[in-house]
Design a binder for this molecule. Structure first.
Ligand SMILES: Nc1ncnc2c1ncn2[C@@H]1O[C@H](COP(=O)(O)OP(=O)(O)OP(=O)(O)O)[C@@H](O)[C@H]1O
Ligand SMILES: [Mg+2]
Length: 562
């Protein structure tokens, strides 16, 4: 089997790792660095660039460079580089292509498989798009793993004998994630996850930029916001200042020629003390409290029961973070892990687990949860926008739950199933995930016919939804799942034309018969595995890739024998 690498695709930086001899090892990029800036761009010659090269270019030609693309993933926003416009998926793919290139170079092997971590609080669409970016980059995404779970895996590997409650606090460049885990006997159980995917180091930079700009305006009556270059320099300098203040008590911000006023260059010249910085960013750090409260409440654990707070993410280097945790939870956090590597290491460990790279006795078992409430829109005569919960948040995954509803109108023959994610009782305040219609409901008086809706949430944090009519057995479903979507895009119906078709015909027929049999539907995980492998097999046959076809066949036979 091909080596699977673990990738921490961060807002500011990206890292990759692999497991060797039972331990995670960080992979260095083409410039011999472990940490790769999450920047992509187009250089003067029109070539695509990524990593440090792109970050350096950002200072000189921001219009040809993109940073912090992860913040836009899952949105329809376009990013322009030069004259071209790109989706966040396309630009993330370029970054992943670079990771694929340097990992292949480093490992002297063509890397084609990866486990990619995402913030636990990423929604379904953001997860889908991350997989899509991997696929575009030529990486088959074996698993999407929650970042704090990854960090906990990295911690767990070295502390397997411990019995404890661990709070993973991950404050990165763009996202904040908090997760509570329980560890015992080598089992790492995620109790609850929460966070804010619009909170990170970037917000501290912006706050400081605003403050510096205000000081500048007071002195010079010029707004730096009017000038892109001035803003790029201001951002660079604000971030440097923030980082310096993690180890020093004050920092002198000096940009000699930041902007011109009536042809005269003006300097940004301001000293910022640690106290000033902490005062202006206090309100940002306080935004971490709500997610912490949610996690404690959902896992029914008191702050006094937490044994360790583990810090992950570059922004936890700010002394303000430890101070705030101490004040809020009365616990001194530990710096047990390298905050820059922990997530990539954990992703590599997950990849190792998938590949069977660990000895039985040193293997970690990990269970995760879904951080969002999932449900459907229901109409009950009074309200037509009520969210009815099917899977509550922080339930251990994989999870399958169902709810049964009744028809609301006389002689109603179809029903539309709208799927939402979020914590509000009103669907319109939640996040719409998708919808489909179930037809052929027998025409009866309102309330007679039932509609059963089943949600099945898989290990990648993605959702399959099925609706069925118990009285007739009719059903319909959607898969809010990228792997599934990519699948339907490619037509494999021509597999029979391949010279290899004959030798796999029997197993394909067996699998198809199984899929059609009425009992199968009640086992969604089974159905899913069957469909996935059937597709892979047909695709491999069509592509005349005998090796992959044999692998898929073996998988199918295993599933069928189960
Ligand atoms: N010494 C430091 N003091 C303060 N902040 C720092 C320091 N070093 C790095 N940072 C900040 O850490 C952030 C990057 O952290 P990290 O690389 O963990 O984020 P990421 O993984 O890219 O983002 P995310 O996990 O949110 O997607 C940046 O905002 C950076 O300014
Ligand atoms: Mg991160």
């Amino acid at each position: 089997m091909n080596t699977i690498i673990g990738i921490d695709l961060g807002t500011s930086t990206t890292e990759a790792a692999i497991v060797q001899d039972g331990k995670p090892v960080m992979i260095v990029n083409l410039e011999n660095e472990i940490i790769t800036p999450s920047a992509v761009g187009i250089d003067a010659g029109g070539n695509s660039i990524a990593g440090e090269k792109a970050r350096a270019q950002y200072l000189l030609s921001p219009e040809n460079t993109a940073i912090e693309v992860k913040r836009k993933i899952g949105t329809k926003e376009k990013i322009t580089l030069g004259k071209q416009s790109f989706s966040p998926v396309e630009l993330s793919a370029r970054l992943l292509e670079y990771v694929k290139t340097y990992a292949s170079e480093y490992l002297k092997e063509e890397i084609t498989h990866a486990v990619i971590s995402v913030p636990a609080y990423f929604n379904d669409i953001q997860r889908r798009e991350t997989i899509e970016a991997g696929t575009k980059a030529g990486l088959q995404v074996e698993r999407i793993l929650n970042e704090p779970t990854a960090a906990a895996l990295s911690y767990g590997l070295d502390h397997m004998e411990e019995e404890s409650h661990i709070l993973v606090y991950d404050l990165g460049g763009g996202t904040f994630d908090v997760t509570l885990l329980e560890m015992f006997d080598g089992v790492l159980e995620v109790k609850a996850s929460s966070g804010d995917n619009q909170l990170g180091g970037k917000d501290f930079d912006e706050k400081l930029m605003e403050w510096l700009n205000t000081q500048f305006q007071k002195k010079h009556h010029v707004d730096l916001k009017k000038d892109t270059f001035a803003m790029v320099k201001l951002k660079e300098e604000a971030e440097r200042c923030k980082k310096e203040l993690s180890t020093n008590n004050s920092y002198h911000v000096l940009v000699p020629m930041i902007i011109e006023k009536k042809g005269e260059p003006l300097a940004l010249d301001e000293t910022v003390t640690k106290e000033q910085f902490e005062e202006i960013t206090q309100e940002i750090i306080e935004r971490t409290h709500h997610p912490i409260d949610v996690v404690l409440a959902d896992s029914e654990i008191l702050p006094s029961e937490i044994d360790h707070v583990i810090l992950v993410g570059g922004s936890t280097r700010m002394p303000l973070v430890a101070k705030d945790i101490k004040e809020y939870l009365n616990i001194d956090p530990v710096q047990a892990l390298n905050p820059d590597y922990a997530v990539a290491e954990g992703a590599a460990i997950q990849a190792g687990i998938i590949q069977g790279a660990f000895e039985q006795e040193s293997s970690i078992i990990i269970t995760d949860v879904n951080p969002y409430t999932l449900g459907v829109r229901v109409t009950d005569g009074f309200m037509d926008n009520r969210m009815d919960v099917v899977i509550p948040r922080n339930v251990t995954i994989p999870a399958t739950r169902s709810e049964t509803y009744s028809t609301y109108a006389d002689f109603q023959t179809k029903a539309s199933i709208e799927v939402y994610q979020g914590e509000s009782m009103i669907v319109d305040s939640n996040h719409f995930l998708g919808e489909f219609t179930i037809q052929d409901i027998p025409a009866k008086r309102a309330g007679i016919e039932k509609i059963r809706v089943e949600f099945s949430y898989n290990l990648n944090g993605m959702l399959h939804v099925t609706a069925s009519i118990p009285s007739t057995g009719a059903d319909a479903s959607i898969v809010i799942n990228m792997m599934q979507e990519t699948k339907t895009k490619e037509d494999v119906s021509q597999w029979k034309q391949s010279p290899y078709a004959k030798q796999f015909r029997t197993v394909i027929r067996r699998a198809e018969r199984m899929l059609k049999s009425p009992g199968t539907k009640s086992f969604p995980t089974f159905t899913e595995a069957l469909e996935d492998n059937l597709y892979l097999l047909k695709k491999a046959i069509m592509e005349e890739d005998l090796e992959t076809a044999r692998e898929a066949e073996e998988e199918l036979l295993n599933i069928l024998d189960d």
